[in-house]
Design a protein around this ligand. Sequence first.
Ligand code: NAP
Length: 534
Amino acid sequence: MTGDTDFDAVVIGAGFAGLYALKKLRDDLSMTVRVYEAGDGVGGTWYWNRYPGARCDSESFYYCYSFSPELAQEWEWSGRYPEQPEIERYVNHVADRFELRRDIQLSTRVTAATFDESANRWEIRTDRGDAVTARFLVTAVGCLSAPNVPDLPGMDEFQGEIYFTATWPREGVDFTGKRVGLIGTGSSGIQATPRIAAEAARLTVFQRTPNFSIPARHSAFLPEDQAKIKENYEDIFAATRTSWAGFPYAPIKRATASVSADEREEILEGLWGEGGFKFLWGGFHDLLLDAEANEIASEFIRRKIRETVKDPDTAELLCPKGYPYGAKRPPIDTDYYETFNRENVTLVDISTAPIEAITTAGLRTTAADYEFDALVFATGFDAMTGTLLRIDIRGADGVRLADAWADGPRTLLGLQVAGFPNMFTITGPGSPSVLVNMPVAIEHHVEWIADCIEYMRERGWTRLEATEEAQDAWVEHVAEVAKQSLFGRANSWYVGANIPGKPRVVMPYTGGQPMYRERCDAVSSSGYEGFKFG
Ligand code: NAP
């Protein structure tokens, strides 16, 4: 690491996005790049979220980089859904293989970034006292990286141990013989529940909203599975780039209502049996467009929950009602519902009796007091905007990003923000981002950004910025498309509903990857219509 203070680009974050941005800008565009990473290792999400049971919800062979055929051939995935340590090893391998570490400063959080109009450069400050400048600021902060810590009275008074799934201790936690209270039943809570239940003396799960979870059906790869995947990588990766959500399979083109009840049942059973996201993205194409079609799939899942969970009251509590399947990001699980058949596991409904306070001995709901040795918060993230807004980002004329986004995020293509020249937001709000298999969305953005920078450099330009008009039109389009789907019909983090006071806006672009990529291509091939250069 050099002591340089002026870079062509500063990248914030060394997760999947930051690592590829560094490689692309440094190695393909010969730019000087500095990456700042808050963690003391690379991996982003896969560095921080090391709670028991943390594993990828997408299958290994397409939740990975596609930019290097050599990398794809040499890396061996152990099975369908790798656990966190395996993915962390993979990102570390990528960092070593492409000699990325020398340009990454770990354990350093970017605290402020200000655009200097006179120089067309960003001034960046960190919590370690760094003060550097860069022509381009590339945010690779992840969509789910600012933990949501509920504002409950008494958090400091609890005498036991408190853990957050989003910042799990590196050394792990031994719950043997302990009474554990777990708050939150999103993907993290649903993955952690079976593992903690298997170890702890007692586990009490506090559920505010039940989720529709699909079994992962993890299995280890045999050597012949790996060989087949490696032979087919080119086709697999090509399919991920053209599909709606970045997965190598297509939805069923027929409308749910046009299929007989018997055939529908057979199809849903088949998808349930296969497991994973195929139920969402490889099922009927109208699942997230038509409320009645959605209800058929939703009721199918409820039936599976009722068949699995032996106690009828617990089963009913676990059955989601009142919102469509998929409108909240659906979890993928291993033995989640089965875990509620264990003697040592209890489900507590906090939708009717919310948590009032954390106490010295445990927690209190409006209905009862509970005692625990350890509390686990699986309460999610201030998604998509939280991490960016926790940095003091000021654009042209000193405008704060927090003010520009006071009524919800505004971007052009989720890649740029009007008034914030030379800043690119990888998988920013207004792009498909979290609705797409993340590495696929990330690679697309990094490559688009690199092309845009190259276009500027060829012309000797030093400043680019989204125009207000183009941004307004895009924000309107994003909202319009969202209205045609069911995504706005749940209180999910997609709409900011999990964070008190956050403006309710459908943040990801819900038009799907093909339509989005077409737009991005049209913009770049038209000489970046909607952007102004200088
Ligand atoms: P999440 O989906 O937002 O779930 C948070 C849970 O905590 C919800 O059940 C929520 O209830 C509850 N909660 C939040 N604040 C609360 C409060 N004050 N009192 C009581 N309950 C509260 O968060 P997550 O499980 O960490 O998952 C976030 C996202 O990360 C996922 O949707 C997914 O995209 C990603 N993720 C991916 C993987 C993977 O691929 N393997 C694994 C984990 C997470 P409400 O539903 O009522 O708000």
